[in-house]
Every structure is written in C-alpha cells, then in structure tokens.
Design a protein around this ligand. Structure first.
Ligand code: ADP
Ligand code: MG
Length: 273
C-alpha cells in the first residue's frame, strides 16, 4: 500500500506551496438554472491545496452540476468560479460567465480532471491508448513520452498487465481504474470524482476506493461526490452536505457524519446509512 502511494506521488504535480493560504478552488455565490428551475442557489465553496472534500446529498440536489461547472462543461448564471486564482476558460458576456471555446484546452490550462460514474472510456481504444489520448491530442505530448507516462500510470493503478485490453474486456472496477489513470495523465491539480463507484458491483468498489485513497494520501486535491460514507469518514478532510441546490452544512467528517446539526442531514444519513 505504501508503495502504491509512492508510485502515485511521483506521477502527480506537487501540491501548491503552503506559503499561500489561497484556496485552490473558489466558488463564490454560484447560481445555475435549467429553464425555470434553480439547480444551484448561491453556492460558496472553497477547496485548499491538498484538501480532500467529500460531497454528499440526495439525488437531484445539484452535486453533479457543481462538478460540471468547476470542470468548464457548462456556463454559470451568476457568481464566479476561480481555479488557481484564475477565471481561465470563462469569458464574461452580457454579465454571464461563459466557457470559452476550446474547453478541453481550458480544462488543461487550469488543471482540472474529472472521473465519471459511467467510466466513459473510448470503447475502441485499449487501456493504454485511452490514457495516451489527451496528452497526445490535446497537449501535443510526443507519443513515446505519453506512452511511458501511461505505462507508469497503469502500474500505479495496478493494471500493468492490462495495457492492451479493450474496455469491454475489463471489469467495471478495472475500467474505472483506467479512467482514473486517464484523468491523471494530463497532470491535473484538482481531481473531480462524480460517484465513481456507484455503477460498480459491490465486490469491485474496494479496488477503486484504494486507488483514490492512495491519491488522497499522495496529496492530490480532490472533490468526491459519493455515497460511500465510510470512505468519506476515513479519507475526507471535510464533508459537505448538499440539498436542493444549497450547502446545508459542512465540516469535519466526524461532525457532519456522526453528529450533524441539521435535521435534513440527519434524515439523509439515516436513509442511506
Ligand atoms: P445530483 O448530481 O445531486 O443528483 P444534478 O446536478 O445531476 O444532481 O441535477 C440537479 C437538478 O438539475 C436535477 O433536478 C436535474 O434533473 C437537473 N438537471 C441536471 N442537468 C440538467 C440539464 N442538462 N437540463 C435540465 N435539467 C438538468
Ligand atoms: Mg449526480
């Protein structure tokens, strides 16, 4: 286990210098509506370098929407999101912040990577090729260099011997580990996980959580939307409880998960627990 943390640590950018108290991610009064429906109602939310934040909350409460906004997949209606102190990737237009064209490049610039519930691997590419894709196509990394990195990433997630497998020949847990390796290949400074184990058979959840745990211990800055309460308690520095587009409460895992101060949080935990 220690060696996995070491292997991962060598592959991720150093955490931002502690000299700065600046949060790495700053969301201030973020509003987002779909049609008439307010999905995010003035979210303010910061993440410090190296911090691991678990986001929990009922289905439909806006958790995925928040991650998509941070990852420049959609525009925001009001408020601002800064990554590494910059608004990179957004332009202000009629008072709105709109993602600029070339979003993949914008994401690369700000250093955000996302892992989805449904893995989203390219079905026609091998595990190795999936990991090489973004470095080669978006970042212009020479193939040999991208392949060397991809092999080290596969080793770090325990899949060295699966380099040439197509996704359809991998288990869900293996596919998700490839997806994490692929997300790491662009050297992100912030990793977003949207229910990364929700689509997995129970016996495959652990292998994915182990990789995420190693990443957390190696110092990666992470936001993890999850229903794995035990994992959140153990790995997160902070737990944020979302409901109906607002942050209901947040704090240390022991406080939020074991003695929440809000009734809504208690109710949610009793239902999923
Ligand atoms: P969560 O991840 O917490 O389950 P989401 O962020 O996915 O919640 O969704 C929040 C709300 O926004 C839901 O009511 C959902 O139906 C709605 N929603 C999400 N994406 C869209 C979209 N592209 N168009 C319209 N409504 C959406
Ligand atoms: Mg969701």
């Amino acid at each position: 286990k220690a060696s996995r943390v070491e292997a991962v640590r060598e592959l991720i950018p150093a955490a931002a210098p502690a000299a700065s108290d600046e949060p790495f991610l700053q969301c201030a009064n973020v509003w987002k509506a779909y049609g008439e429906r307010d999905v995010l109602k003035g979210i303010s939310f910061n993440v410090k370098p190296g911090e691991v934040v678990a986001v929990i909350g009922p289905s439909g409460s806006g958790k995925s929407t928040l991650l998509r906004l941070v990852n420049h997949l959609e525009s925001i209606d009001q408020g601002e999101i800064r990554v590494g102190g910059r608004y990179v990737g957004y332009v202000k237009e009629n008072g709105r912040l709109r993602p600029t064209s070339g979003r993949a490049k914008a994401r690369a610039e700000v250093g955000v990577s996302m892992v989805f519930q449904s893995f989203n691997l390219f079905a026609n590419l091998t595990a190795l090729e999936n990991i090489m894709e973004a470095p080669v196509r978006v970042h212009g990394v020479p193939r040999a260099e991208a392949e060397a990195l991809a092999r080290r990433l596969l080793a770090a997630v325990g899949l060295s011997s699966h380099a040439d497998h197509l996704p359809q020949h991998l288990s869900g847990g293996q596919q998700q580990r490839v997806a994490i390796a692929r997300a790491l290949a662009v050297k992100p400074r912030l990793m977003l996980f949207d229910e990364p184990t929700s689509a997995l058979d129970p016996e495959l959840v652990g292998e994915v959580l182990n990789v995420m745990r190693a990443l957390a211990e190696a110092g990666m800055t992470m936001i993890i939307v999850t229903h794995e309460i035990r994992f959140a308690r153990e790995v997160a520095d902070r737990v944020v409880f979302f409901d109906e587009g607002s942050i209901v409460e947040e704090g240390a895992p022991a406080d939020i998960l074991d003695k929440p101060s809000k009734e809504r949080t208690r109710r949610f935990l009793s239902v999923i627990g």
